[in-house]
Design a protein around this ligand. Structure first.
Ligand SMILES: Cc1cc2nc3c(=O)[nH]c(=O)nc-3n(C[C@H](O)[C@H](O)[C@H](O)COP(=O)(O)OP(=O)(O)OC[C@H]3O[C@@H](n4cnc5c(N)ncnc54)[C@H](O)[C@@H]3O)c2cc1C
Length: 389
């Protein structure tokens, strides 16, 4: 361990690892990066199971990017394999593409499909992507019937079990992530780059962190290493005021010992199963937007495009409220997007802003759902704004 690092970065996910790399490479400063988990890569962590199948420990992760900057940055640390993500959902006993598209409408409404598709195109134009909350406002009786059906069978139960809230109670941006698509395109994502790292995410992170200025320390909670001075304006490290810089990507409520109470999250339980079959489902992900407890099942072989005979591994996700000391649901995964939570987060931010040389970012510290690209872009621009030049 470095006794007097210039920078301490807390968290080895994308936010922390990209920051550590930038500091090490651009500033030529030494960085100690720590994580409370026993592995690098944060929620992107993957491993290979005994059948040779790569498994994403914290649920399926797909590299989707729109900006050349992100793609080129990551391409320094991995080669890619092209990937097109497909998701089917089981709706009223039928397996149809998700997002709902013209194929889904053909399968769900064989008799009325043609007139429904014409009415939709008349209202919104071909190839449009319509959020369900927008479709629900349409007054055409046929579209009304369709939107009521989709709302009930795709969004209502799914949102209730995933978020513990109704679609009306959550930020409209959440339901808008799965629009109704007025075409036969069954790509789940429409991003410019849709790829998987050739040797997996953990290997990508090993390369990202492979720099002589970076020291990685795992299985270490920052709270065991860092504390606050009595006036709460300095970080104490090794018994003295830390003169370097802390970049923190953990949760602020934890750092401040839950002074104002806990920030709530939704969490997931992951059930990993091995099946003695070549394949178990038609698409990498199968969604269940109905009342059963699970939300979806991912077949890892389809996701990483490995052909291994006779065995396949799946991950089934069960959502629930995060409980930090609970036996289940003890990973803080999805911040809750509502005003009360944002206000509580603001109070913690004010405490953090008073500490000298303490910077924070990432999905936990910012208390914000970021996809991978948003996390990386946030880290790159954060570095430019605060540390470069
Ligand atoms: C189920 C699921 C599926 C997803 N799928 C996709 C996808 O397909 N594509 C996509 O682009 N994005 C996806 N995401 C989002 C993606 O996981 C995040 O954008 C990304 O992981 C955020 O990186 P981060 O560094 O902010 O957080 P994390 O990856 O969570 O890293 C934070 C790290 O900080 C560590 N830490 C926290 N507190 C402390 C502490 N006190 N001391 C020491 N260490 C600490 C944690 O152990 C963790 O390793 C998904 C998210 C979830 C939950």
């Amino acid at each position: 361990m470095i006794s007097k690092p210039s920078f301490i970065v807390v968290g080895c996910g994308y936010a922390g690892a990209v920051m550590a790399r930038q500091i090490a490479e651009q500033l030529n400063k030494d960085v100690l990066i720590i994580d409370k988990r026993g592995h690098i890569a944060g929620n992107m962590y993957d491993y290979t199971n005994s059948y040779g199948i790569p498994v994403h420990k914290y649920g399926p992760h797909i590299s989707v990017m729109d900006q050349d900057k992100t793609y080129h940055y990551l391409s320094r640390f991995t080669e890619w394999i092209p990937y097109r993500h497909r998701v089917n959902a089981v709706i009223c006993g039928k397996e149809v593409p998700l997002p709902i598209n013209f194929t889904s409408i053909d399968l769900l409404f064989p008799k009325k499909a043609d007139s429904l598709k014409k009415s939709l195109i008349r209202s919104y134009g071909e190839n449009a992507n319509i959020p369900i909350m927008t479709l629900k406002k349409n007054t055409d009786p046929d579209i009304r019937e369709l939107s009521d059906f989709i709302f009930e069978n795709v969004f209502l139960h799914y949102t209730e079990k995933m978020w513990g809230l109704t679609p009306e109670e959550i930020d409209p941006g959440v339901t808008a992530r799965i629009p109704i698509r007025l075409s036969y395109n069954d790509d789940h994502f429409l991003h410019k780059y849709q790829v998987m790292p050739k040797d997996g995410f953990t290997k990508l992170f090993e390369n990202l962190l492979d720099h002589p200025n970076i020291t990685v320390q795992l299985s270490t909670n920052s709270l065991d290493l860092l504390s606050l001075s009595e006036d709460k304006q300095n970080v104490i490290y090794n018994g003295a005021v830390f003169k370097g810089t802390v970049v923190y990507t953990g949760a602020l409520d934890e750092f401040f010992n839950y002074t104002f109470g806990e920030l709530p999250y939704r969490s997931l339980e992951f059930e990993f199963e091995d099946h003695k079959k070549d394949y178990i489902q038609n698409t990498p992900v199968l969604n269940w937007p109905d009342t059963r407890r699970a939300t979806r099942r991912t077949e890892m072989k389809r996701l990483v495009q490995k052909s291994i005979p006779d065995h396949t591994t799946t991950i089934t996700e069960y959502p629930g409220a995060y409980s930090r000391s609970g036996e289940h649901f003890n990973q803080p995964l999805y911040p809750i997007a509502n005003d009360a939570c944002f206000e509580l987060h603001q109070r913690y931010k004010k405490l953090a802003d008073r500490i000298d040389n303490f910077y924070y970012l990432g999905r936990l510290a910012d208390y914000k759902y970021y996809n991978m690209e948003a996390t990386i872009l946030r880290a790159l621009s954060f570095f430019e704004e605060h540390f470069a030049g």
